[in-house]
Write a protein that binds this ligand. Structure first.
Ligand SMILES: [Mg+2]
Length: 464
């Protein structure tokens, strides 16, 4: 199959991948987001969010009751996709702002390439059309597109697609923009109920990882400081962490900040910290002059956190799952080192480790080189051969896409390029991995080196 050559070795599923060199000896403070960073949710959370949102859409916003029969479809959408609010389309965009044809859906139905080109006039989406949404997903100016940057938005997008499909199939006139906003507000409004359900039965919704406490203890024993900054409310985080670690979980962290309102936590200049009263589950009015272990704080800003603790710049490594809310400003504005927790890496790496996938990618590259080299060849026989190569290449492109996700392929690649999501991720994260506990494989003195890839004008390594 590989012409006598061995296939490339497997990629480690629990690997830590560097986009930028990171020497852990320089890191004295480790910070963590909570949801989807420390708290790994089961698929049951997606069903819960979807079902509660669907209920709100029908009962409160008076959408057709038939929508109650439409169930969550696991694996339909993936993170990183864009939703065109005005056109009501879910689509995948690459790092050059080009639409990946074959990855544009209205509801659950793919659009033909001709339809896409008719609607957009070209493959390319102008930057102001694509990016007028702020990092935090809040609407700014003439926003036209929203990106699914976090995992909580996947069930929301599934509800939106199911409702769209229902309207289209039943010839009901609808405005995509209004539907988008209604689904969004329905899903946002259910968060308190969702929090209550999850905290009442965390074992149904959270993956328990015994290695998590081992990881924290390793850091503490190495003399590192630890802090938590989450947008979620205390009671929700408390119940979750008690389940994951135990009642003593707050002893692990030197500073605990809840309801931080990231990304504002990173961008606001003067929003005070408030002390959360653990006895009365309320705020107290005292001015916060220092951050003490054992207390819980809300709101505040990263500037005050830095001023009160002296934790600055490259000495801080912050882990989060959301490339914009958690990592962008921390990295770009404050020089923190950043680690992205991308749960989907597990299944993506398992797929690319299969021998069939390796074979397909290898052969795809061989075909691509042949096509490039012989594209100008004259003569009917040569032209026919090149047409066959192109047809085979196109089939291989589809085969290497579908194995990740039938509709949208890999989170990280389109046919030609890294995805828009990848570009952002690689810009804002120094390292990325599927789970924080993967760091247990490395000592707190380890240095992660980014792979030196050849630039287009450079020679390749003799070994590659
Ligand atoms: Mg999170």
């Amino acid at each position: 199959m590989f012409s006598g050559k061995k296939p490339p070795p497997d990629v480690e599923v629990d690997g830590v991948f560097a986009t930028n060199e990171l020497d852990l000896k320089n890191v004295s403070v480790y910070g963590f987001d909570y949801d989807y960073t420390l708290a790994c949710y089961k698929e049951s959370v997606d069903h819960l969010i979807y079902n509660l949102g669907r209920e709100t859409l029908v009962r409160k916003l008076k959408y057709p009751s038939e929508i109650l029969k439409l169930n969550y479809q696991p694996g339909f959408a993936v993170r990183g996709l864009h939703f065109d609010i005005g056109k009501g389309l879910l689509l995948k965009v690459d790092s050059f702002h080009q639409i990946q044809l074959g990855c544009v859906y209205r509801g659950l139905t793919p659009l033909s390439d001709e339809e896409v080109l008719n609607l957009y006039g070209q493959h390319y989406i102008p930057a102001d059309y694509l990016e007028s949404y702020a990092h935090n997903g809040s609407q700014q100016g003439s926003s036209k597109m929203a990106q699914l940057a976090d995992l909580f938005s996947v069930p929301e997008m599934s509800l939106l697609c199911n409702a769209t499909e229902y309207f289209v199939n039943n010839h009901i006139d609808y405005h995509p923009d209004i539907l988008f906003r209604d689904v969004k507000s329905a899903v946002q409004s259910i968060h308190p109920v969702m929090h209550q359900i999850v905290q009442n039965k965390p074992e149904d919704y959270l993956e328990k990882d015994p290695q998590l406490e081992v990881f924290f203890n390793r850091l503490i024993n190495a003399g590192k400081k630890l802090f938590l900054v989450t947008n979620s409310p205390f009671t929700f985080v408390n119940k979750g962490m008690q389940y994951l670690i135990g009642k003593h979980w707050r002893d692990i962290f030197d500073v605990v900040i809840v309801q931080a309102r990231k990304p504002k936590f990173f961008t606001d200049k003067n929003r005070p910290f408030r002390i959360y009263d653990l006895n009365h589950q309320n705020h107290v009015w005292d001015k916060v002059r220092k951050l003490e272990k054992g207390q819980v704080y809300t709101e505040g800003t990263v500037r005050q956190l830095q001023d009160m603790t002296g934790w600055k710049g490259g000495s801080v490594l912050y882990f989060g799952d959301h490339p914009y809310t958690d990592l962008a400003d921390a990295s770009l504005m404050h020089g923190w080192r950043t680690g992205a927790i991308i749960k989907e890496l597990t299944s993506e790496i398992q797929t690319l480790n299969t021998s069939q996938f390796k074979w397909h990618v290898n052969w795809l590259q061989v075909l691509q080189q042949l096509i490039e080299q012989y594209q100008e060849s004259e003569g009917e026989h040569s032209r026919k051969l090149i047409r066959e190569w192109i047809a085979e290449r196109d089939q291989l492109r589809k085969d290497t896409k579908h194995v990740f996700n039938e509709q949208f392929g890999s989170l990280f690649r389109t046919y030609h390029n890294p995805t828009y999501f990848s570009r952002r991720l690689f810009r804002f994260a120094d390292v990325y991995t599927s789970n924080v506990t993967n760091f247990l494989r490395f000592s707190p003195k380890h240095t992660f080196y980014a792979r030196r890839g050849a630039l287009p004008h450079e020679y390749r390594s003799w070994f590659v």
